[in-house]
Design a binder for this molecule. Sequence first.
Ligand SMILES: CC(C)(COP(=O)(O)OP(=O)(O)OC[C@H]1O[C@@H](n2cnc3c(N)ncnc32)[C@H](O)[C@@H]1OP(=O)(O)O)[C@@H](O)C(=O)NCCC(=O)NCCS
Length: 323
Amino acid sequence: MYSKITGTGSYFPDKVLTNADLEKIVDTSDEWITSRTGIKERRISENETTSDMAFKASLEAINSAGLESKDIDGVILATCTPDYLIPSSACLLAAKLNLKTPYAFDINAACSGFIYALGVADSLIKNGLGKNILVVGAERLSSIIDWTDRNTCILLGDGAGAAVLSASSEPGIRSICMQADGEYAEILTCRAGGSNALYDRDNFNIKENLFFMKGNEVFKIAVRSMAEIAVEAVEKSGLALEDVDYFIPHQANVRIIDAAAKRLKLEHDKVIITLDKFGNTSAATIPTALDISVKSGKIKKGDNVVSAAFGGGLTWASIFFTM
Ligand SMILES: CC(C)(COP(=O)(O)OP(=O)(O)OC[C@H]1O[C@@H](n2cnc3c(N)ncnc32)[C@H](O)[C@@H]1OP(=O)(O)O)[C@@H](O)C(=O)NCCC(=O)NCCS
């Protein structure tokens, strides 16, 4: 038995924050942001929570799979910006979708979260624990951004993407690779909301608890790891690099994406880029990029897609699947 992506959906909030807008907030320029990252604008949620955005993306995914809410056996939501610590945003999402008795839980593997979630869902299906699992990547990163830090506030955005993973007799997911190295935990953090931060609540300093990243250290590891794990997924699948039709990388920095595409020997038109319009939405970059590519007709049934991500933890992961 295999698992296969049978439906996709995505949602972004309406408010656009351009590089020109950021020039008014921190000492930066459109030229610096564009040349160093490839990002031109990103979306910011004004009053929608992570589970609200996840709900809108999920409705589309369930509909495009030709299913109804009652057909969903489980909900896995990848996020590092859940609505609350308890309950999980997956439970809130299940309630919004009016699902009666699914299992539902969040996964936090930062930007690698959606691929980790697909890995878990694939195993659940292969073990008979559901036929249709809703897998979502959703983030409200604007809630943890330090708006005084030009190193990071220019990178992030909000949004949600969803996919339905269904049991199938033909190959969908062909291979999954997941890795983590907690030795590098300190170079990408957000302490707010964690028990250590709350335990010391009398001395809580909001700035020290917001999103923090040593960007150039992350960059060096990301360039190497994302390319390596993307190649590993293809090799593990038994197919060859020549069989790859499209590459959906995590959308953190166009320079990291270019390096990985080079290792995969892929021409530019085979690489899906959305970060110019949406920035880095962490766990939401890959499912939103997939849905946008499906809706535009670029990625079609039968195409072989490799996807790779990298993020806080540090974590990195890849997947090779046939649509
Ligand atoms: C964050 C990132 C874009 C920074 O680009 P970089 O080329 O590494 O730049 P550096 O951090 O070395 O900074 C270079 C200079 O630009 C400055 N700078 C940083 N942000 C700036 C901004 N928004 N505008 C203008 N200058 C900026 C720095 O202060 C530094 O100045 P200095 O040399 O005077 O100290 C890049 O490192 C990156 O993408 N990292 C990986 C992010 C990632 O993959 N995250 C994964 C999961 S979230």
